[in-house]
Design a binder for this molecule. Structure first.
Ligand SMILES: C[S@@+](CC[C@H](N)C(=O)[O-])C[C@H]1O[C@@H](n2cnc3c(N)ncnc32)[C@H](O)[C@@H]1O
Length: 143
């Protein structure tokens, strides 16, 4: 089964599961509010069902929220609609092959996801490319 297919299967119960096991999200939200300076164009990677997308939409001018799994993106679309969050562009996208030109964004936001990726070092290289910054990472990140 492909990586995307695994996450597609998990999408249905992800909201419930995440609520049970993660208490760190409020701290991330607080940090986001403090770090809002200069974050006009933001790419959210591995957005899941949108644990942070509404927060980003509230503080950034332009948000593209993406995930590898189409079912996660579909749930995210539904959740944003239900919560009345507008102006977020959604995309099915692999972090290791970001469909955007160099320097397209001012910030990349990726929470709780690098550790589940097969090639996190490649994803970090892609973050650097779309931000036009140099990221040096050693390949031991890749399992
Ligand atoms: C543990 S969830 C995190 C979701 C959300 N960011 C959160 O903090 O709750 C991991 C997410 O990473 C996505 N994902 C896994 N591999 C990916 C990849 N190569 N590119 C983009 N997203 C990926 C999965 O589809 C899943 O939605």
């Amino acid at each position: 089964m492909s990586e995307a297919a695994v996450w597609d299967k998990l999408a249905r119960w992800y909201d419930r599961a995440v609520r049970l096991f993660d208490r760190s999200y409020p701290a991330v939200r607080e940090r986001l509010r403090r770090d809002r300076e200069g974050r006009q164009r933001v790419l959210e990677i591995a957005a899941g069902t949108g644990q942070f997308t509404p927060d980003l939409a509230g503080i950034c001018e332009q948000v593209v929220a993406s995930d590898l799994a189409p079912a996660m993106v579909e749930r995210l679309r539904q959740s944003l609609r239900e919560r009345g969050v507008e102006g977020v562009d959604l995309a099915v996208m692999d972090a290791t092959s970001i469909d955007a030109p160099d320097a397209a964004f001012d910030a990349v936001f990726c929470a709780n996801a690098l550790h589940v990726m097969k090639e996190p070092a490649r994803a970090l290289q892609e973050f650097g490319r779309v931000l036009q910054i140099r990221i040096h990472c050693h390949d031991h990140l890749t399992p």
